[in-house]
Design a protein around this ligand. Structure first.
Ligand SMILES: [Zn+2]
Length: 133
């Protein structure tokens, strides 16, 4: 994919350059198109690079927010034991769902349609079941 996209851009640029040498009036337009593609592709690659990281163990591309590689289980926080890490993640999850947040969520149920409420209830049940409450 990487080389294919770059290859296409190169062909457009070469076509534009050859056109310019042969004094083809469309050459400037072709060059501009190639340059636009190149700019867009570079921006796309940069965005991707910001969102992913490479696992040092299996060389997989994974989401930057992951602490554990989903492919091989590699731990990204060094100097921390497995147990501590699980503890840390659990605490973070609890912090995400404070009691105030839950209260607010219940208030929301009153303002949304019945259909939404049913779906919402199912979601809540799911959360409670996972937490074993
Ligand atoms: Zn890995």
């Amino acid at each position: 994919m990487k080389f294919k996209a770059l290859g296409c851009i190169c062909i457009i640029e070469i076509a534009g350059t050859i056109g310019a040498v042969m004094k083809n009036p469309a050459a400037a337009g072709i060059c501009l198109t190639g340059t636009c593609f190149l700019t867009g592709y570079t921006a796309y690659l940069e965005m991707r690079r910001m969102q992913i990281k490479i696992c040092p163990e299996c060389k997989c591309e994974i989401q930057k927010s992951y602490r554990i590689c989903p492919e091989c289980g590699h731990l990204f926080q060094t100097g921390i034991s497995n147990e501590k890490l699980t503890d840390f993640i659990e605490k973070e999850k609890e912090a995400e769902m404070t009691s105030a947040q839950i209260d607010k969520d219940f208030e929301k149920i009153e303002t949304i349609s019945i259909e939404d409420a049913i779906t919402y209830e199912e979601e809540l049940n799911d959360i409670f079941q996972r937490k074993n409450i």
